[in-house]
Design a protein around this ligand. Sequence first.
Ligand code: SF4
Length: 428
Amino acid sequence: MFFTEDFINYTWKFRLFDRDNLLTTDGEKIEVFSAGLPNADSGPDFHNARIRIGDTTWAGNVEIHINSSDWHKHKHTNDAAYSNVILHVVYRDDDPIVLPNGRKIPTLELHQRIAPELYHRYHQLAFGNPQFIPCEGSIRFVDDLTLRNWLTRVLIERLEKRALVVNAALEKNKGDWEETFYQFLAANFGFKTNALPFELLAKSLAQLTLAKHKNNPLQIEALIFGQAGLLNEEFKDEYPQKLKAEYLFLQKKFGLQPIEKHLWKFMRMRPTNFPTIRLAQFAALIVKSNHLFSKIIEIKDVAQLRGLFDQLHIHPYWENHYRFDVESKPLSKSLGQTSIDILLLNSFVLFLFCYGKHNQQEYFINRSLKLLEKLPAEDNHIVTNFDSLGIKVSTAFDSQALLELKNCYCSHKKCLQCGIGNKILKMA
Ligand code: SF4
């Protein structure tokens, strides 16, 4: 048999071994009242187990190994943390353990007590050669309730991890939700390729500064393109010339330092996604809607939320330009529906969740999950692969949960820690 200690650990935790007539290797009767709590820190594997051995009921620690001789290999012999282990659970007892004080540690040997089907299913998950995920042959047999419960849990894990990043930014911004939201929204406007320069731009240009010029779209555009480092050259077109003149004035007034122009990536992008176009859309959004964070707290309807990004008044110059001074065929540069939904997903859902967590208001957490259920599923190879395994992927709730599942569990073969894996291993 080939397995890791985690498997024995798992078998003990869920008591998935033959429990009839349990005896120590010395023939004393064992009764397990509680397997104990897994210990993620150093020290024995389980704390607070309650076990009767012979006539005595013990409360204490349990240590797990594949072979009992691993006790010495792992240098537990003279480690005081292991001196009060009440039971040593091993697959094979190849070297009975006696402590320096002469106490022999009671040992339970699981060899002959693990069902071949359990081992087989575990082996498939841990050592199979999957094309996509280790349980690809079994996941379709897992019941819907188990799937849904587990996907909800991993989705919350995903949002909680992201919330840590938001909280750190919120702290830097002295608790200012509007400013923090503006910075995250800006980074998301850069989508994957230009997220960093967008984020740096937002951090270099406070939302409050923009708010002061809200009624003057040219000044908003000048501030944004200027701080993006894209106005630091000679132009032939009138529009960028005007932007530059405005920016030089405002730069001096507010003591602004632009970011480096070279951070923006244009290569291998469709022109409609060029950062110049995204910056123009971002400027139009700032002109249209100030205090966006307050709006997401107020607006419940997904159509209204989408409406915040609809019909942005992008400067007409961009209708026939993708870059300054380079004319192109006329084309509308509005944000597409998919882009709007990605912005809602990455900014609005996250901030509703964070706000709810931060203020311990379940209402906002639920709204963020409901919003996910109203947004369409993303289209990527992970979603397509799960779909081909029979997993229904209808909304962004499903696709976000599956992304987390794949990246944080399946890819690391964490099937023993996965609710779906648990179900598969216990299937009759
Ligand atoms: S982590 Fe869970 S979903 Fe992923 S392969 Fe393992 S059992 Fe399947």
